[in-house]
Design a protein around this ligand. Structure first.
Ligand code: SAM
Length: 256
């Protein structure tokens, strides 16, 4: 299938034109929906920009360890990561997954696939730029949750040049706080060195960076230089190529 979003449409068409008995067999079963997506990618030898099972499993392990209530991903694409990680929240009725996607065509496709996986009660797709949706989410959490309204777990997987700007948005809105775990993808391929420098940098580095670099998402979102992170780059071998995840724990604030 050619034209705009041809390969994404081909995947969605493939899933929803499976023979009725096959479609019924995967409906409501997140693992089988993910397998059907993986099989299609494999059989068509087409690359889709989803997290995939290998890197995904490392993140699943972190989610199982953290048991987050509020999980947010920046960059939802067709819903693969939302299904892979959202299914881990099924046992906790209070846990929810928010998938932030700027492209309305991808968001609509994701919505359908997440529904097919039986996770639409667990995963909410928010359409719009991550920055806009983060502001909306902050307001929603303030209303819903008494006490802390920070995110427990964040998966950062949108455009690499927005990793630091959107992290600064989350810091400014106090959506990142002690206890939050951040996982960012594509650290080596295509690479996000400025993000690694930021989360591994000292408070002095962040102070200087945030004073010097205006946030493209809005000047108000300066970030928090006093926030402390414990962050490591975790290399992953994939089809003979090395990529990495950056796994970051927010541990506290510097003494004022
Ligand atoms: N997390 C997805 C998965 O593993 O299945 C893959 C995400 S894909 C690498 C990146 C996605 O980020 C694209 O769908 C793109 O449209 C979206 N994106 C890019 N800029 C964005 C922004 N500012 N806000 C929200 N989503 C954005």
């Amino acid at each position: 299938m050619t034209g705009e979003y041809g390969k994404e449409k081909a995947l969605i068409n493939h899933l929803f034109s499976l023979p009725p008995e096959k479609l019924d067999a995967i409906r409501g079963k997140p693992d089988l929906v993910l397998n059907a997506i993986d099989d299609f990618q494999e059989s068509t030898k087409t690359h889709y920009m989803d997290i995939g099972q290998v890197k995904g499993q490392i993140i699943v392990n972190k989610i199982q360890e953290k048991k987050p209530k509020v999980t947010v991903e920046l960059g939802g694409y067709l819903g693969y990561s939302a299904i892979l990680f959202g299914k881990e929240l099924l046992q906790d009725p209070a846990a929810h997954y928010y998938s932030l996607e700027v492209n309305p065509t991808f968001a609509e496709m994701a919505f359908k696939v997440i529904d097919l996986a039986g996770l639409s009660h667990k995963v909410t797709v928010l359409v719009g730029s991550a920055t806009e949706s983060l502001v909306a989410l902050q307001q929603k959490l303030r209303k819903d949750v008494s006490g802390s309204h920070a995110f427990d777990f964040v998966f950062i997987d949108h455009w690499k040049d927005l990793y630091v700007p959107d992290l600064r948005v989350m810091e400014s809105l106090n959506l990142v706080a002690p206890g939050t775990i951040l996982v960012a993808d594509n650290i080596y391929i295509p690479g996000a060195p400025e993000y690694v420098e930021y989360v591994q940098g000292s408070s002095d580095y962040k102070h200087e960076h945030n004073a010097r670099v205006r946030n493209v998402n809005g000047y108000d979102y300066i970030g928090r230089w006093d926030i402390l992170y414990d962050s490591k780059t975790v290399p992953v071998e994939l089809h003979g190529r090395k990529d990495a995840l950056e796994i970051t724990y927010c541990t506290g604030y510097t003494e004022k």
